[in-house]
Ligand binder design. Structure first.
Ligand SMILES: [Ca+2]
Length: 219
């Protein structure tokens, strides 16, 4: 009798869980070689190619979903110069997503977050452990989540912080400030606004958990 129940349970599980939707996160691979795919240019990712700036590919995520292969390129552009005796640095974060079919790259989304020339302390970085692929709503599209912080300030103040979730051509965001620990139990920042439009609630709940676990990011 026990064996029969086990078989029925397995059959029910297979019917209730479309293998494809469940498989999307499992197809994820990460490339940190720093090399752009042959079908993508620096201008595609960064919006322009500046010979005075250093363009760096941090990582490329690849996965399969309903429309075929998808990639997400995480990159930065950084530039420094001297003016009036000061060193000025600007830095931009880039995320570009593509659908790849038959070697042809079709752009889905471009995210650019730039910190303008800054002559004090500059921070602009992806929160590495926030980067992940899910399919929480079980459809045919993966959700790419990532957070980042930016700041140009010479004093102690919270950073601008965002947690974005990209699904195909949809973009959802939490936008606010990181938490700055002032000591003696005092904190500043940590608030955010939710811009998830009509996304299923499991998506925004996941993003909020990512926010909570990264809001104390260091400069
Ligand atoms: Ca999905």
């Amino acid at each position: 009798m026990k064996r029969v129940i086990s078989s029925l349970t397995l059959a029910t599980f297979l019917v209730a869980s479309p293998a494809f939707a469940d498989d999307i996160p499992a197809t994820l691979s990460v490339d940190t070689s720093g090399v752009l795919p042959a079908g993508v240019t620096v201008k595609d990712v960064a919006g322009k190619e500046d010979p005075k700036a250093t363009f760096k590919v941090e990582r490329i995520l690849s996965w399969n979903e309903g429309n075929g292969a998808n990639i997400a390129i995480f990159a930065t552009t950084e530039k420094s110069g001297q003016k009036d005796g000061d060193t000025w640095t600007s830095k931009a974060l880039h995320v570009a997503t593509y659908n790849v079919v038959g070697g042809k790259y079709t752009k889905l989304q471009t995210i650019i977050e730039a910190v303008q020339p800054c002559n004090v302390d500059l921070t602009a970085k992806f929160l590495e452990t926030s980067i992940g692929l899910t399919n929480l709503d079980g459809d045919d599209k993966g959700e790419l989540t990532f957070g980042y912080v930016t700041r140009c300030a010479g004093d102690m103040s919270p950073m601008s912080m965002k947690v974005l979730m990209l699904e195909g051509k949809d973009k959802h965001a939490l936008r606010g400030q990181s938490v700055l620990d002032l000591g003696d139990g005092m904190v500043e920042g940590g608030d955010y606004k939710v811009d998830f439009k009509k996304a299923p609630k499991e998506l925004v709940e996941y993003a909020k958990r990512v926010w909570e676990s990264h809001k104390k990011a260091s400069f």
